[in-house]
Design a protein around this ligand. Structure first.
Ligand code: EPU
Length: 328
């Protein structure tokens, strides 16, 4: 490891990653880069590419299991890119390319209120901002942890809506050319738990909402949060839903959680990692779990469901393995 290597943004050599994920497992990475704005992220990306690395992007780590041990290469975290802007109202953050929108005429904001959120803005923060303004459209994301970049990349969501339902455009870095672009919604093809962003790093989004009253939006958020707390282990360490729901034709309409419960897989555990008693599609870490425990348990669950139903569950969580290709 070359601790003297200089980067165009804050950089930590040998950084521990476990506590940067909601599952709290995983090892260290050779370099963790912490850009403070979209331009710095682009410079960090391009500097890493020039040095022969293929960087991994870390958002809120809410849908991620990182392997134990030493990960080679570079991770770029969006944790410091947290701005949420109301075009024409918020102070512009510093930076020469600031991912902001020109102010809208008041009449237009009335019919189509927008927020700009950088990749590292948290989903709870974005939902909270919209709620305080009485702007509707993001309530279905209440209770989802993580950040805007990850939510756009994987089209986070649930029963009450998906993130891309409100995305008007997305600001990205092209992974191949290293060039910044703004993609209108019409040029994107999001689907279930997939934002269609494989060729891009998401730097921020513009979301378009609908004006309602503050009490109306608050009531919906409160309602969704209450339901979620009842059926999901929201206060425990987890990576959210482990598996995607299979197509209803394949599973007779049963969700992954229901299939796991029916297969008897809720009783499974490995070390301090256990299938949640509350919701079968969650694995919870009671404190001392390792990535090895979590990954083994994922395979145990998949295998039991396969043997009982013939259905092959597909993971929704991303896994970073020490063996991933990080140079090129
Ligand atoms: N169920 C069981 N047993 C369980 C879990 C669920 O019988 O252990 C049943 C429930 O009773 C319900 C059905 O399965 O009838 C569906 O469960 P739920 O309403 O909890 O929704 P889900 O399909 O499991 C999806 C998203 C969640 C999102 C919720 C609520 C996926 C894979 N999951 O869960 O997203 O929070 O809807 O909107 O699409 C995530 O993506 O990480 C995530 C947690």
């Amino acid at each position: 490891m070359n601790a003297a290597l200089s980067w165009p943004c804050a950089a930590l050599p040998g950084a521990a990653l476990a506590d940067r994920t909601t599952m709290h497992v995983g090892g260290r990475v050779q370099w963790l880069l912490e850009p403070a704005n979209p331009e710095e992220l682009a410079r960090a990306w391009n500097a890493a590419r020039e040095r022969g690395y293929l960087p991994r992007i870390l958002g809120g780590g809410a849908n991620l299991v990182i392997e134990d041990g030493e990960l080679d290469g570079v991770v770029i975290t969006t944790a410091r890119m947290r701005y949420i802007l109301r075009p024409g109202h918020s102070e512009d953050p510093r930076g020469e390319w600031t991912l902001r929108q020109d102010p809208l005429p008041a009449a237009m904001e009335d019919s189509a209120p927008r927020l700009v959120a950088w990749a590292g803005a948290t989903i709870p923060g974005l939902v909270g901002t919209a709620t305080k303004l009485g702007w509707s459209g993001l309530e279905g994301l209440a209770g989802i942890p993580g950040q805007v970049g990850g939510a756009a990349a994987m089209n986070a969501g649930g029963r009450w809506g998906d993130f891309w339902d409100v995305v008007e455009s997305v600001h990205v870095l092209d992974r191949h050319s290293g060039v910044l672009r703004e993609l209108p919604r019409a040029e994107c093809a999001p689907s279930y738990r997939d934002g269609g962003m494989v060729d891009f790093v998401v730097l921020g989004v513009v979301v378009r909402l609908v004006k309602r009253t503050i009490p109306e939006v608050e009531a919906k958020v409160r309602d969704y949060l209450q339901t979620k707390r009842r059926v999901q282990p929201v206060t425990e360490w987890s990576a959210g839903c482990i598996f995607k729901n299979p197509s209803p034709e394949l599973s007779d309409g049963r969700s992954a959680g229901k299939l796991i419960e029916d297969a008897g897989a809720k009783a499974l555990s490995r070390g301090a990692a256990a299938v949640s008693a509350l919701h079968g599609n969650f694995i919870v870490n009671s404190g001392a779990a390792t990535a090895k425990d979590v990954l083994a348990l994922i395979e145990d669950v998949r295998q039991l469901v396969r043997s009982k139903t013939g259905i092959e569950l597909v993971t929704e969580v991303k896994v970073w393995r020490a063996s991933d290709i990080v140079r090129g």
